[in-house]
Design a protein around this ligand. Structure first.
Ligand SMILES: *Cc1c(COP(=O)(O)O)cnc(C)c1O
Length: 364
C-alpha cells in the first residue's frame, strides 16, 4: 500500500520543473540576489493579487508579524487580543515587543477567533486585535472591524494559511490595517525556504515596514532608523512569481477535494463548514471526532498521514505560562484540541488517494 502524504511538494515541483529550473538558473547567472528585480515585481504582483496597494516581501511569516506590530507602534504594557488556537508565531511578537497577549476563545465551526469573546476581553490597555484566518477559512472580519472602530484598535490579519481566500467578495489581505503572509514551503503559496510578505493599503505602514526589514536604510549606508535584516531574497521572489500564477487553480482544486471529503465524511465526523460569504482555501482539511487518537492510529495503519493543528493551545504552553492562564480559561479551544485532526490535502492528490482516505475513515 502506497503512503498518502499530508502535502506533496515533490509532485508539485515535478509539475513546474522546467519553469522553475529555468528561473533559478536565470537568477544565478545574473547574481541578482538581494533587493532584486524579481523582488520588486513580486511585491507588485502579490499586492495586485491581494487587491491591496502595497506588498513588502520579508524573510518569513514570523518576521512579517513582528515588523507589523512594531510598525503599528505596539508599546510596553499594551494588550493585544488574539486566538490561543494558532501557531506560536501569532503571539510571539506581542511578547517580544513588551506587550501582553490576551487570548480569546474560538467559534467552534470555523475554529477562528470569536468576536463575542473579543468584546468581553477589551480593556483600557487594549490596542489591537490579531485575527488568524486559520486552516484557510477567513475569520469573521465584519464584527471584528466594528469592535476595532468602536474602541480605536488596529487589526492585523495573520493570513499565513489563507492566500487567496475571500471574505464578502474581497480577497484576504486588505480587510484589516495590515496582513501577514507566510511562504513556508507547505503553505498554499510556498517558496523553497523561508519567506513572507506584509500587505497593506496604508502608506505610512508600508514605509515603516520597508525601513524595518532593511536596517532602516534610505541609502546604501544611510540609516534613518534602527531596523533589522529581514528581507525576502530575490531567488525566492522569482520562484514565488511562478507559483503565484498557479495559486487560484491550486486553491480551486483544494476546494474540490474538500467538497468530496465533506460529502462523504459528514455522517461520521464533524466536517468543516464554509461560512456564508466566505471562500476558504483549505490550507489544511480538519475534522473532529471524540476518539481522535484512535482515528489517527487507524489512518497510520492504513498508510495515510494525518496531523494535528494544533494539539496544545498557546495559553497552556510553558512559553506563555507567565501570563497566568489555567485549564478551563478557554473552554471551546480546549475542547476541540482533543478532537481535531487533519487529513491529506494538496492539489496534487489523485482521485484514488482521495477515495482511499475516505474509505479508510468510513471503516473506522
Ligand atoms: C506558518 C504560520 C506562521 C509563521 O510563518 P513562517 O513563515 O513559518 O515564519 C504564522 N502564523 C500562522 C498561523 C502560520 O500558520
Amino acid at each position: 500500500m502506497k503512503h498518502i502524504p499530508l502535502v506533496n511538494l515533490k509532485a508539485q515541483y515535478k509539475l513546474l520543473k522546467p519553469e522553475i529550473n529555468k528561473t533559478i538558473k536565470r537568477v544565478l547567472e545574473t547574481t541578482d540576489f538581494i533587493n532584486g528585480t524579481d523582488n520588486q515585481l513580486f511585491d507588485l504582483e502579490f499586492a495586485k493579487y491581494c487587491e491591496a496597494k502595497y506588498s513588502i516581501g520579508v524573510g518569513s511569516g514570523s518576521v512579517a508579524l513582528d515588523f507589523s506590530l512594531e510598525a503599528l507602534g505596539l508599546q510596553k504594557g499594551d494588550e493585544v487580543i488574539c486566538p490561543s488556537h494558532t501557531f506560536s508565531a501569532t503571539a510571539e511578537p506581542i511578547v517580544r515587543l513588551g506587550g501582553k497577549p490576551v487570548f480569546a476563545d474560538i467559534n467552534e465551526q470555523t475554529y477562528n477567533i470569536d468576536p463575542e469573546d473579543i468584546a468581553k476581553k477589551i480593556s483600557r490597555r487594549t490596542v489591537g486585535i490579531i485575527a488568524v484566518h486559520l486552516y484557510g477559512h477567513p475569520a469573521d472580519m465584519s464584527p471584528i472591524l466594528k469592535l476595532a472602530s468602536e474602541h480605536n484598535l488596529w487589526v492585523v490579519e495573520d493570513a499565513a494559511q489563507s492566500h487567496g481566500a475571500e471574505y464578502q467578495g474581497k480577497r484576504i489581505g486588505s480587510i484589516g490595517d495590515i496582513a501577514c503572509f507566510s511562504f513556508f514551503p507547505a503553505k498554499n503559496l510556498g517558496c523553497y525556504g523561508d519567506g513572507g510578505a506584509i500587505v497593506t493599503n496604508i502608506s505610512h505602514l508600508n514605509n515603516k515596514v520597508s525601513l524595518l526589514k532593511d536596517h532602516g536604510r534610505i541609502g546604501k549606508y544611510e540609516h534613518k532608523e534602527i531596523g533589522y535584516g529581514g528581507r525576502l531574497d530575490n531567488l525566492q521572489a522569482a520562484i514565488l512569481r511562478i507559483k503565484l500564477r498557479y495559486l487560484d487553480q491550486w486553491n480551486a482544486q483544494r476546494r474540490i477535494i474538500a467538497e468530496k471529503y465533506t460529502t462523504e465524511l459528514t455522517s461520521k465526523f464533524v466536517t468543516p463548514t464554509a461560512q456564508k460569504n466566505c471562500l476558504p482555501v483549505y490550507y489544511v482539511y480538519t475534522l473532529r471526532h471524540p476518539q481522535r487518537d484512535n482515528v489517527i492510529r487507524h489512518l497510520y495503519k492504513n498508510n495515510i498521514a494525518s496531523g494535528i493543528y494544533y494539539p496544545k493551545p498557546l495559553h497552556l504552553q510553558e512559553a506563555y505560562k507567565f501570563l497566568g492562564y489555567k485549564k478551563g480559561d478557554l473552554p471551546k479551544t480546549e475542547q476541540i484540541c482533543d478532537q481535531i485532526f487533519s487529513i491529506p490535502m494538496h492539489p496534487e492528490l489523485t482521485d484514488k488517494q482521495i477515495e482511499k482516505t475516505i474509505t479508510s475513515l468510513l471503516k473506522f
